[in-house]
Ligand binder design. Sequence first.
Ligand SMILES: [Zn+2]
Length: 421
Amino acid sequence: MKIQVLGASGEVGRSGFLADCDGTKLLLDYGVKLGRRGVPPEYPMHVKPRDVDGVIISHAHLDHSGNVPSLFMGGATDAFATPPTFDLSKLLIEDMLRIGKNSYAFDLPEVNNMMRNGREVGYREKVRKGGAEFQLLESGHVLGGSTVLLESGGKRVFYTGDIKTNGSRMLREADLDVGDIDLLITESTYSQSEQKPRAESERELVDFANEVTDRKGTIFIPSFSVERSQEIACILKNANFKHRIIMDGMALKVNKIMFKHPDYLRDPRVFAEAINGALEIREHTERKKAMEEPCAVISPAGMLVGGNAVFYLQELAFNSKNGIALVSYQGEGTPGRRLLDTGKVQARGKELKVAAEVKQFSFSGHAGRSELFDMVGKIGGNPRVLTVHGDADSCTKFASEITERFGFKAHAPSAGETVDV
Ligand SMILES: [Zn+2]
């Protein structure tokens, strides 16, 4: 088997690997790095659709799924993923096309073509395609998210995609029972930093929500629509938060997708109770009315880039009674990052100082340093290791630490590099 790396390690945003399994060519992910402020989107190295026998989508995040529809321009191939990954990918890719009009080579017909050629695969289901056999395993990272265990010619490759080995309130732990492996392709996002235990972050968020509402303020929680919004609702519900929980924007569409796939949740009952107990905003007229009393507002976008979060920010940011809880990663150059760095937001055409109390909380969907090393320690055999999906330092240091600790040959690959397995 040969694996070609289509996006460089040392960056996050355009994942893609081409596996040649005795002549059967399978893509593992095909993502897009979103452009911001006039910067065009970036893609993994180009692969001709007719040269591919199938694409396996590890999970719905756009840096792994966003360029898959380009394989369906004037042709088609098999797309393999779990049922929630297909539903969430469609939602996120359509949203990407709506926001970045004409920035992409493909459009809605290609997304529909991708869905028509979708082959739904459950966790641990064995799929044979030409000279390859593969399984999708639970990754604990996002609803329906998977790792990929690929076998061909007696060799076994384990690709982590994005992984959160401990799972979360919404998702079960990652399935790491993979046996002996010849090549491990591992994400490296937080290989150089530890993460706060989830329980601690949850407690801090609940304390902040109670403090704000005790002083008759409203707590605004801008949040990623996929799962983070739902996780926050579950955390508040579980802590018997006394006030109303309002959910808005694209999170509501994700609620529906999550209700459709209860088997992929850690505890569907806990999820249903939290979401059914929340007030879902459907009409603009309901928004102001809903905020008449102290409450918690959960609304995308998580980095305040758009969506109804912008409306809530204008309404809530300039009253010191209120609180803003940032629970998502805040990318460089985003309004959320600016708010954290300067305490200011753009409003009414100006940069204005925010009066509400702003706090950041750690709720990453990625494994931290210890989790990543524990994961590598559970891999059997003497695998060669490729460290990808992290900044340059996270990938190269992680590779040398893996060699030091486990004796495995490891490196951070460049775009275009091919590895023989
Ligand atoms: Zn991801």
